[in-house]
Design a protein around this ligand. Structure first.
Ligand code: SF4
Length: 100
């Protein structure tokens, strides 16, 4: 009995370690999240809803947005509009602002 309990506890500990590693890697913004949908965020800028967001112009992407926290060329990076999550460098949302 003692051994079974010990194994169980070790399994739980290993599971939580794996979970916290995944959390640290940061989740990617889901286009269907309420905030993402409200801002018209898409992981692929070319799929931006130009009917709803006519301000989108080809060439705009998170990677060239003033709010993008990743380095130039990063595939994913943080954005203050989506705290704790990452946006695609090739993504876009209606809050896009040209990097100075
Ligand atoms: Fe991308 Fe900029 Fe919108 Fe953030 S604010 S999701 S970096 S376009």
């Amino acid at each position: 009995m003692h051994n079974t309990r010990r194994t169980f506890l070790m399994t739980v500990a290993a599971g939580s370690a794996a979970l916290s590693t995944a959390a640290r890697a940061q989740a990617k913004v889901d286009e269907k999240d309420a905030q993402a949908a409200a801002l018209g965020y898409v992981a692929d800028a070319t799929k931006a809803d130009t009917k709803k967001f006519p301000k989108y112009a080809a060439g705009q992407a998170c990677g060239s947005c003033a709010l993008f926290q990743g380095k130039a060329g990063d595939a994913w990076g943080a954005c203050p509009l989506f705290a704790g999550k990452q946006v695609s460098g090739k993504g876009w949302c209606s809050a896009w602002a040209k990097k100075a």
